[in-house]
Design a protein around this ligand. Structure first.
Ligand SMILES: [Zn+2]
Length: 196
């Protein structure tokens, strides 16, 4: 097992994804982990779930990840688009990030843990990001939590509440296993609005 295998384990990557390279830039204190997929690897369609779709083409993407020690860490990957017979060409859902986000799910989880306890501007300084980027993430989860709460209230009003289950919207695989909507809602409603 080499360092690439260790990073793959730490990131929880499963086939066809693997760590192809990692580059440590000591002068700029940056670590870039390059992820790739095995030749001929297949993916489920992000729309209909049809399994076994092959890559049609790819697009280079980058995501800010949690720091490894003092090194600012970035994941990069070529993300395939599949050509689903029913849905057309769609970029696949990568397991480490939410669709459309420039941060990994672990980075977003860290952010949501920080913001109830400090102003967003202070969190932004701590992680070395512009606060507008962080606010975009926070707004996404606030909107999602509010929508889930509204669904739950409506279900209860219409007699569809089953005495404990709260309807869940699809989240990335890590979120589904580690956070439920109720605890997320508790986090995001405590967000500080003010400056430092
Ligand atoms: Zn499809």
């Amino acid at each position: 097992m080499d360092s690439k295998d260790l990073f793959a384990l730490a990131l929880g990557l499963t086939k066809p994804w693997y760590v192809a390279r990692n580059e440590l830039d000591t002068a700029n204190r940056q670590l870039e982990i390059g992820i790739d997929f095995e030749r001929g690897g297949t993916f489920p369609c992000p729309e209909c779930g049809q399994a076994g779709c092959k890559a049609y083409d790819t697009e280079e993407r980058r995501w800010r990840h949690l720091n490894f020690f003092q090194f600012e860490t970035v994941l990069s990957a070529r993300v395939p688009r599949i050509d689903c017979g029913s849905c057309g060409k769609r970029p696949v859902q990568v397991p480490w990030a939410r669709s459309g986000s420039g941060f990994t799910l672990l980075f977003e989880a860290l952010l949501l843990t920080m913001v109830p306890h400090m102003p967003v501007a202070a969190a932004a300084r701590l992680v070395g990001e512009h606060d507008t980027r962080l606010w975009r993430v926070i707004h996404h989860y606030v909107d999602q939590a509010v929508a889930t709460r509204d669904d739950s209230v409506r279900d209860r009003r219409e007699g569809r509440f089953d005495g404990g289950a709260v309807r869940r919207r699809p989240l990335g695989p890590r979120w589904r296993t580690s956070l439920d909507q109720r605890s997320l809602h508790g986090h995001v409603t405590g967000v500080h609005q003010g400056g430092p």
